[in-house]
Design a protein around this ligand. Structure first.
Ligand SMILES: NC(=O)c1ccc[n+]([C@@H]2O[C@H](COP(=O)([O-])OP(=O)(O)OC[C@H]3O[C@@H](n4cnc5c(N)ncnc54)[C@H](O)[C@@H]3O)[C@@H](O)[C@H]2O)c1
Length: 286
């Protein structure tokens, strides 16, 4: 393992599970001191313990990104403990209601945007004064392939992630002169607990269809994303800023799925929509 982040401090939101947890472990393994922030205090604690047992430095924080005061407290704690904030990874996110826009309840629209987009905005607002004073910092936010490629359902999720991409471009544009880099991370399908509502809805056939949507024939692991995040947070990526960094195994480049499978993928989504409407699912051939 390289040690590209020795002497750096990092604050990661949604770090109690999946991608955020893998990033916390990876950044710590590369030498960073990490504040492990999550709405779920038990999960944050478990990740911080895992890091410290491996010889790293970590502090767990209960942080709900929909509450500005809690986000500010996480930034303050990073600076109080270690004197600076070098890396912000605004990663916390939630799944959408899996309905097309015509059936998307306003509450789901508001809630997904509040966590996935305004949550990143709150993190950026709280971190910028510290990083501008330091004249150095890296702001990463987990967007998604879904911020670039439209989906037949979950539009509030797509919109939230497109917003995150533009927010990162804006930060890179305006605060680059302060020594701040900013990048939107855009994973494709990553095998984490995040996808469980989809598997509940799609069942086995849906899972296989989605797995094959990458020409590489598999889902990403959280560690696949974490290795890119460690690189982007390091000085090796010192001229990468203002971009949407795809980690999708070429899923958005062109899928190897045959025409019949595309139709079945569409049927899987329709099936979900029907189930949520209380109707019998559309029939999927094995
Ligand atoms: N898994 C995928 O396929 C995938 C693909 C692209 C992008 N993403 C994005 O990656 C990010 C992480 O997702 P994951 O796959 O690791 O999911 P995950 O469910 O494993 O982890 C998400 C974490 O965010 C936390 N969280 C939820 N609401 C929060 C809030 N209000 N404040 C603070 N923390 C909160 C959860 O407690 C959880 O620990 C999300 O932004 C997600 O949209 C995931």
């Amino acid at each position: 393992m390289e040690a590209r982040l020795v002497g750096r401090t990092a604050l990661i939101t949604g770090a109690g599970s999946g991608i955020g947890a893998a990033c916390a472990v990876r950044l710590a393994a590369e030498g960073a001191k990490v504040v492990v922030a999550d709405i779920n205090g038990k999960d944050a604690e478990a990740v911080a313990v895992r890091i410290t047992k491996a010889g790293g430095d970590a502090i767990p924080m209960v942080t709900d990104v929909t509450q500005y005061a809690q986000v500010q407290a996480a930034v303050d704690e990073t600076v109080r403990a270690w004197g600076r904030l070098d890396i912000l990874h605004a990663n916390a996110g939630i799944t959408p209601c899996l309905l097309p826009v015509g059936e998307c309840p306003e509450e789901s629209w508001q809630h997904v945007l509040d966590v996935n987009l305004t949550g990143v905005f709150r993190c950026v607002k709280a971190a910028l004064p510290v990083m501008r004073k330091q004249k150095k910092g890296v702001i990463l936010a987990t967007a998604s392939m879904a911020g670039i490629v439209s989906s037949p359902s979950g539009i509030e999720y797509n919109v939230s992630k497109t917003g995150v991409i533009m927010l990162m471009r804006h930060v890179a544009h305006v605060y680059g002169p302060d020594g701040i880099r900013s990048i939107a991370i855009c994973p494709g399908w990553v095998d984490t607990p995040f996808l469980e509502p989809l598997w509940d809805a799609f069942g086995g056939p849906g899972r296989n269809i989605l797995r094959q949507s990458s020409p590489l024939g598999r889902f990403a692991t959280a560690e696949d994303v974490a290795s890119s995040v460690a690189f982007l947070a390091s000085d090796e990526a010192s001229f990468i800023s203002g971009t949407a960094f795809m980690i999708d195994g070429a899923t958005s480049a062109g899928s190897p799925i045959k025409r019949g499978m595309v139709a079945r993928g569409y049927m899987a989504v329709r099936s979900t929509v029907r189930r949520l409407q209380g109707k019998p699912p559309a029939k999927l051939e094995p």
